[in-house]
Design a protein around this ligand. Structure first.
Ligand SMILES: [Zn+2]
Length: 98
C-alpha cells in the first residue's frame, strides 16, 4: 500500500519534470534542444519504471505450486511428498539415487 503511494508520487514528480523538459526540447531550436530532450528521457523512463514497480503484481512463488514427479516404474504423475507410488506400490526414494 505504501509502495503504491510513494511510487505514484515519485513517478508523477519524474514524469512532470520529464514532460516539462520534453516541452522545452520540442519548442527550442534543435541545436540547444538536445540537453532538455535527454533530460526528459532520463526523467520519463525512470518515472515509468517507478510506476511499473509500484503497481506490478506479485508473482506466485514456486512453493505454492504443487511439485510433481513421475513414477519411474509405472510413469504416472505423483506428488513430491509420497514415499511409495500409490499406483504400483514401488518405493520412490530410489528415484533420486538412480
Ligand atoms: Zn508407480
Amino acid at each position: 500500500m505504501i509502495r503504491k503511494i510513494v511510487g505514484t508520487l515519485v513517478a508523477v514528480f519524474l514524469l512532470f519534470f520529464g514532460f516539462i523538459f520534453l516541452y522545452l526540447g520540442l519548442t527550442l531550436p534543435i541545436i540547444v534542444a538536445t540537453a532538455p530532450l535527454i533530460l526528459s528521457i532520463a526523467l520519463i523512463v525512470p518515472g515509468c519504471l517507478v510506476l511499473w514497480w509500484a503497481f506490478k503484481k506479485k508473482k506466485p512463488t514456486k512453493a505454492e505450486e504443487p511439485i510433481r514427479r513421475i513414477c519411474p516404474h509405472c510413469g504416472r504423475v505423483l506428488k513430491e511428498d509420497t514415499k511409495f507410488c500409490p499406483y504400483c506400490g514401488k518405493k520412490l526414494s530410489e528415484i533420486e539415487e538412480s
